[in-house]
Design a protein around this ligand. Structure first.
Ligand code: ADP
Length: 516
């Protein structure tokens, strides 16, 4: 690849990509200029009408071709993904199967999700009209993704947007753009219509994408999400945002403590804690607190951390960047300085960006490890008196992405789930909602706006709706509200509306109206 790219009269340096586990240089991508993004967007727009005209079945055929290509190239793609993230092999290999599953779900179901609806008229007088609604895609959807799951994050958005009939411009994170570029290669190698492209670059490129598209799906930090939202509002471009999280886990005294500890260890350490819905704080009912902390500490201290080759030898990988490692270091050291205690881990491992899997106890709610998103392999644990205190503290957060509740009593689990101010709750499991593509995935409060993906809404969000009325009978006479207004006709019309809509004697015109 060239080390520079001509754009707007000046040269832009390529973005160099490094493996955070060992600092190795693994590739480079163009830092695309706003002009380059605008040109790509124009080409995508030109190709979109034909794509829309293919219909859901025609579009699904191309997505299933891509699915086959992904499977035929999955070892290489996992290699690329592992090289730019340093993830354990197990986690690097997960992302192609995630795309396979997502393509299968949206490819099979989008046609049904997109079909016209024929709502019943709202009342007897409205029966003069036949009603229907129809969905048409936004011509061009921009998808902006972060670095934690370079492929899977895009997988939640790109297949449903393509199935909706939109063209898609994907802007991956500048930290991990190489695997997204593989998807673009696949789309081109299968010879699909040119309705999908990847724009590599930094924030400026992302802003150019926001400028160029008709709908923005953004996943990333709350801070950048706010900038994107402001830009969208200026142009009245619709958007949905999936932002930060600080997901609580509640362990009730009747829980299976061993399962809770194993599940929470995974829910907090999966992808080294760099998951929007990872568990970032745990509230444990007093009677089982000591047993839980002991079991959790044992489980976490057994985790194998390090850099994998193609074998599945490690459980926990590095932080994606040095900045991220430094953030985790700050949260743990501030907690310790304020009186918290580490039961395992508690420091950078000294290699690359690795941070040791860490359990913190004697934590209070004012600490940064509870107030701010950590996005790292730390589990702060807090003892609570009872279920009510756990719920109160779990809800005491500016974030509201997801939560988990651990209990031996399912009815109690469901009851607690309905009291948590979050977009999703997993009972006796963690992160399960992220893998349940039939469910909407959206955050409350500062965790997002709209829902990210999932179910019919995951496809329909990329469409605009047209409401259509047509006369039920082919009447040649005028409609009742048309000109000229006459007292007799309109009194009849309003009387009929009142007779149908009002209650009691007011239906027949008997009112207590003063000043007649
Ligand atoms: P993180 O801190 O997780 O890297 P960010 O929210 O900064 O997350 O980035 C998420 C994505 O948003 C990345 O692809 C990044 O390049 C992109 N991005 C950063 N700044 C902007 C911006 N101003 N407009 C649009 N996209 C942006």
């Amino acid at each position: 690849m060239n080390s520079t790219q001509a754009s707007g009269g000046h040269k832009r340096r390529d973005i160099e990509i490094f493996n955070p586990a060992d600092g190795r240089h693994v590739g480079s991508v163009h830092d695309q200029s706003p002009d380059a993004v605008a040109a790509t967007a124009r080409a995508l727009r030109d190709a979109q009408p034909e794509w829309e005209a293919l219909g859901a079945n025609g579009r699904a055929r191309w997505l299933f071709e891509l699915q086959a290509w992904l499977l035929d190239n999955s070892t290489h793609i996992a290699d690329v993904l592992q090289s730019e993230t340093g993830k354990p092999r197990a986690e690097a290999e997960l992302e192609v199967p995630a795309w396979v599953d997502l393509i299968n779900y949206f490819g099979r179901n989008a046609g049904k999700f997109l079909s016209d609806e024929r709502p019943r008229p709202h009342g007897p007088l409205a029966w003069t009209k036949k009603l229907s609604t129809t969905l048409r895609p936004y011509p061009l959807v921009g998808v902006i993704t972060p670095w934690n799951f370079p492929l899977a994050m895009a997988g939640l958005d790109v297949p449903p947007a393509l199935m909706a009939g939109a063209a898609v411009l994907l802007k991956p994170s500048e930290v991990t753009p190489l695997s997204a570029a593989e998807i673009a290669r696949g789309w081109s190698e299968i010879g699909a219509p040119k309705v999908f492209a990847v724009a590599t670059g930094r924030g400026e490129t992302g802003a150019a994408v926001v400028d160029a598209v008709d709908y923005v799906q953004f996943t990333g930090s709350t801070k950048t999400g706010q900038i994107v939202a402001r830009q969208c509002i200026d142009k009245l471009t619709p958007y949905s945002l999936e932002l930060g999280g600080k997901d609580p886990a509640i362990v009730l005294a009747d829980a299976d403590i061993d399962r809770a500890a194993r599940g929470i260890a995974w829910g907090a350490m999966f992808n080294a804690g760099q998951v929007c819905v990872s568990i970032e704080r745990v509230y444990v009912e007093a009677p089982v607190y000591d047993q839980f902390v002991t079991t959790l500490t044992r489980r976490v201290s057994e985790l194998r951390q390090g850099q994998d080759d193609r074998n599945f030898r490690h459980d926990v990988g590095p932080m994606a960047t040095m900045d991220q490692r430094d953030l985790v270091t700050r949260h743990v050291s501030e907690a310790i300085a304020a009186g918290a205690r580490v039961t395992t881990g508690g420091k950078p491992s000294g290699v690359g960006t690795f941070y040791e899997p860490t359990v913190l106890v004697d934590v209070d709610h004012s600490m940064s490890c509870i107030q701010e998103e950590t996005f790292g392999p730390t589990i702060p644990v807090i003892k609570v008196a009872d279920e009510d205190e756990a719920i109160r503290l779990a809800n005491d957060s500016r974030f509201g992405l997801s939560a988990s509740v651990w209990t031996g009593n399912r009815a109690r689990g469901r009851r607690v789930a309905r009291r948590l101010d979050v977009g999703a709750v997993n009972i006796n499991d963690a992160i399960a909602n992220l893998f349940s593509f039939a469910l909407p995935m959206g955050g409350w409060k500062q965790s997002g706006i709209g829902s990210r993906c999932g179910g019919a809404a995951g496809v329909r969000k990329y469409c605009r709706q047209t409401a259509i009325t047509e006369p039920r009978l082919s009447m040649m006479i005028d409609e009742p509200m048309w000109f000229p207004y006459t007292k007799i006709r309109l009194r009849l019309v309003f009387g009929a509306m009142r007779a149908v809509g009002a209650r009691g004697l007011r239906r027949i015109g008997i009112t207590q109206e003063k000043n007649r």
